[in-house]
Design a protein around this ligand. Structure first.
Ligand code: ADP
Ligand code: MG
Length: 477
């Protein structure tokens, strides 16, 4: 039987506020355990939460960016459950009346655009962390993360493959970083995903029973976890069984999902409005203000790069994959005065290649836009050849020198003196009579041999165009 996969994602994006959502404690990552949790985060008696307005502003900004309805009035609710890393015995979240309502995000998969619905996005606080290592069979609790603001973004069950789910997750990741509402750091848990997965016979309209895979923190694992889960559910159904609604965990080491708890054991959260917090009113003025702070968004930037810089869709996607990279590219185009295509070849080719290899982000590039521009200027004005440029780039990467300094110090200037090149060509022709005969006899491939010899002789410094032209002339058939 043919099966269709149905996926809906719940994504938790940690909002990039300095302090927590209901207290003044710092949200900075990596501090010594339990040094950044105050009375409010600990839920001590007699304290009251105060809403961080920056978290609200970020949620509104996000909502506007996905064309969503922003609720003029929303409320916080208590989600009650008992767990050691949740000091109050309830999590402050939103249930009915979330701050962001229905919106959408367009994804590209295999060159096709698809619209994915966003059901809602709500504000909530994060819990602390249980530490199972280093405590000799006991569990340690670090409450630094308790009270960190989260935006939970819930999608419609609109995705039909693991690939679409990953495309959606990536797009959302790109968007929150563009907006500056989340740093997107997945290793630190700033952006994580619960994947709801079901399968149904192709053509059937009702959805199948879903399993929810919790807390996946990398794009690769989302794809693998979903693919494993789809196969598992198909196996269950094809062998006559039923998929049970449950929560599962993905084990990356074994590349499998495992049952955590079934629906029967699921918590009854006993949601109710939090009496300690006032309702949130969003004015039209705030929406206008947030709209005015909106940066150029990824889709618009990509379109502009395609027309303004003559990029194809793929290249424009790469160059606009982060705001920092897009800014870097535009700085290079402007400062080097070089052709947009030459700049994109260098930025997405050589530079990104080197950064990937070194495991660095564009913000950490050892070669600034200004220094790369210095190199591209010298390619554009024919001071150096493209090949020599690679050598200069390596030096840029490993030193602080400018391209001009490197070119001077190493004597890498292209030989444009045609007399000098001609002399070299003449001697190569004289010294290789057999190859000359072959070429003149019709063996086109031998031409490359001559070009290679000239380049070797000149240590790559002859202008390749010039060399080709002259050789053609000298070896006329
Ligand atoms: P819960 O609060 O129990 O997690 P929701 O109704 O909020 O339930 O749904 C959570 C997520 O599950 C949403 O992203 C939704 O799109 C997705 N979802 C719902 N039904 C299905 C299904 N049958 N198959 C796959 N995903 C589903
Ligand atoms: Mg859920």
């Amino acid at each position: 039987m043919a099966w269709e996969t149905v996926i809906g994602l719940e994504i938790h994006a940690q909002l990039a506020t300095k302090s927590k959502i209901f207290s003044a404690a710092s949200t900075a990552y990596g501090a010594e355990a339990n040094t950044q949790a105050c009375e409010v985060d600990l839920g001590l008696p007699g304290v009251l939460p105060v809403l961080n307005q920056h978290a609200v502003r970020m949620a509104v900004k996000f909502g506007l960016a996905i064309d969503a309805e922003i609720a003029p009035y929303s409320i916080f609710a208590r989600k009650n459950y008992f767990y050691p890393d949740l000091p109050k015995g309830y999590q402050i979240s939103q249930f009915e009346l979330p701050i962001v309502g229905i919106g959408h995000l367009d994804i590209d998969v295999d060159g096709e655009s698809k619209r994915i619905g966003v059901t809602r996005a709500h504000l909530e606080e994060d819990a602390g962390k249980s530490l199972h290592e280093d405590f000799h069979g006991l569990t340690g609790i670090d409450l630094n993360r308790a009270g960190t603001p989260l935006l939970e973004i819930v999608s419609e069950p609109d995705m039909r493959s693991a690939k679409e789910a990953v495309a959606y997750m990536r797009k959302l990741h790109e968007l929150v970083r563009y907006l500056g509402v989340c740093d997107g750091n997945m290793q630190e848990g700033s952006f994580r995903c619960d994947a709801n997965v079901s399968v149904r016979p192709a053509g059937q309209t009702e959805f199948g029973t879903r399993a929810e895979i919790k807390n996946i923190n990398s794009f690769k694992f989302v794809e693998k976890a979903i693919n494993f889960e789809v196969e598992r559910q198909i196996d269950v159904l094809e062998s006559g069984g039923k998929v049970v609604q449950e929560t599962r965990l993905y084990d990356a080491n074994k590349d499998e999902t495992r049952s955590m708890r079934s629906k029967e054991e699921a918590n009854d959260y006993r949601y109710f409005p939090d009496p300690d917090l006032l309702p949130v009113h969003i004015s039209d003025e705030l929406k206008v203000e947030m709209q005015s702070e909106m940066p150029e968004l990824p889709d618009a930037k990509k379109q502009r790069f395609m027309t303004q810089y003559d990029q194809d869709a793929e290249s424009a996607s790469i160059l606009t994959s982060s705001r920092a990279l897009a800014d870097y590219y535009e700085a290079v185009v402007e400062q080097s005065g070089s052709e947009a295509r030459l700049c994109s070849n260098w930025v997405s080719g050589d530079l990104l290649g080197a950064l990937n290899k070194a495991g660095l982000d564009i913000e950490q590039s050892p070669v600034s836009a200004e220094r790369l521009s210095g190199l591209l200027k010298r390619i554009s004005d024919n001071t150096i050849s493209g090949k020599i440029a690679k050598q200069v780039f390596d030096e840029l990467w490993n030193s602080e020198a400018s391209a001009d300094d490197i070119i001077d110090a190493k004597g890498l200037k292209q030989i444009t003196d045609s007399g000098a090149i001609e002399a070299i060509i003449d001697s190569i022709i004289a010294n290789n009579p057999a190859q000359v005969e072959q070429y003149l006899g019709g063996k086109d491939k031998v031409f490359g041999f001559f070009v290679g010899q000239v380049m070797k002789e000149t240590q790559g410094k002859a202008n390749p165009g010039e060399v080709n032209k002259m050789l053609k002339e000298k070896l006329k058939r």
